[in-house]
Write a protein that binds this ligand. Structure first.
Ligand code: NAD
Length: 367
């Protein structure tokens, strides 16, 4: 591995540490949820639950009096769903929202919190990481709007790796790589700083250690725990660093073309890394170390091979004719912090590579 020359740049940064309680323990979600509901003296709980997690949620909330169950969770939080959930919360005089499910359930709970100020306790069942960010997102007519607001940050996260075992291996891999994308994009996000970079690097290390175990033995709780802990660090890193080029691309692909969230992140990540790594040798070196590889791009490629990760936007159902529109939409929003200049042709090439599933060689010793 080639070490870059010593860095002599000056250092100045702003970092916010978000106030949040995190309870992490396999098989302990019901106990931790009960403790949190009591601690908050909540009397009227609204359970926002992904339909696939409905049975699990009823088991977890068995000892809690739930005022209302809300199970109409739709990906990317359509505005109409958010409005309906808010009305239900008001109608039932809810004092605490408990979400059980992936990023879509967490996202809906956040949408309720955004306008009502209600506290949220999040119980994630995927590796999406939304529970650890103050970012909300909603969609309407093919347009995704996002923002950050203190009110939407779940006050407590209850992590239980056993709840992620029911994810099929393919979804586990895609979701874990969504978390890896939080780590990688954090390395060059607009507010990237030593705190977010430290979290991102350790998050990537945990994900690279956990995901191969998940694939080899999906029931192995140790592998699931490392992946879930990595996903948490990834999300905290991402909140600190802010959204980079990768998230700009996926935001457009998910919002405008309705591609599945985790799989889209998994497909796009190697392309953004190959594009940026030669212009970001420090980030590439850190990532290579976390992946225990000679290079960041090759390390990620080897991990993808081992995991059987999804490779192409074509495979996710994006028609080739949509690529020019996607290029135009992304080009308007490219973050100024991106380590490499992005123009129309380079972005079009990157997206075509992601569509076809062919990574363009990034080059450079650390790549
Ligand atoms: P998801 O919540 O939409 O879940 C995907 C599918 O998996 C659904 O069908 C769901 O029912 C199922 N599922 C969830 N957990 C399962 C489990 N344990 N076992 C079996 N099936 C399970 O997908 P996601 O990738 O977790 O979240 C995507 C959404 O989260 C997007 O809307 C995205 O924008 C948002 N998100 C937001 C942030 C943020 O910081 N605001 C971060 C990450 C993701």
């Amino acid at each position: 591995m080639t070490r870059p020359a010593p860095v002599r740049d000056r250092l100045a940064f702003e970092h916010r540490t978000l106030a949040q309680r995190v309870l992490f323990g396999s098989g302990r979600a019901a106990e931790h949820l009960g403790t949190e509901v009591d601690r908050r003296s909540a009397r009227r709980v609204m359970a926002v639950v992904t339909s696939s997690a409905a049975e699990t949620a009823r088991r977890l909330l068995d000892g809690v009096e739930v005022a209302v169950w809300f199970e109409e969770v739709v990906q990317h939080v359509p505005v109409a769903s958010a409005e309906k959930a808010r009305e239900v919360a008001q109608e039932h005089r809810v004092d605490l929202v408990v979400s059980v499910g992936g990023g879509s359930a967490t996202g809906l709970a956040k949408a309720v919190a955004l306008t009502t100020g209600l506290p949220v306790v999040a119980v994630p069942t995927t590796y999406a990481g939304s529970e650890a960010t103050d970012v909300w997102g909603m969609t309407e007519e093919g347009h995704k709007t996002t923002g950050s607001d203190d009110r939407v940050l779940p006050r407590t996260i209850v992590y239980d790796a056993e709840l992620t075992v029911s994810m099929p291996v393919g979804l586990s891999v895609a979701s874990g790589l969504n978390a890896m994308a939080h780590c990688v994009d954090s390395l060059w996000g607009p507010r990237a700083n030593p705190v977010s970079t430290g979290l991102a690097t350790e998050g990537a290390r945990l994900l690279a250690a956990g995901l191969p175990v998940v694939v080899a033995d999906p029931q192995d709780i140790g592998g699931r725990e490392r992946t879930l802990a990595g996903a948490y660090l990834a999300a905290v890193a991402f909140t600190g660093a802010g959204s980079g080029l990768h998230h700009t691309i996926c935001h457009v692909l998910g919002g405008r073309f309705e591609l599945p969230h985790a799989q889209t992140h998994a497909v796009v990540l190697p392309h953004v890394l190959a594009f940026n790594a030669p212009a970001a040798p420090g980030a590439a070196l850190r990532l290579a170390e976390a992946l225990r590889s000679e290079g960041a791009v090759t390390g990620l490629r080897d991990l993808y091979d081992e995991l059987g990760a999804p490779r192409s936007l074509r495979g996710l159902g994006l028609p080739e004719r949509d690529l020019p529109e996607a290029t135009e939409l992304v080009l308007r929003q490219v973050p100024a912090s991106n380590p490499r200049p992005v123009d129309h042709d380079s972005l079009a090439e990157l997206l075509r590579g992601a569509w076809a599933g062919e990574v363009q060689a990034g080059g450079g010793p650390s790549a």
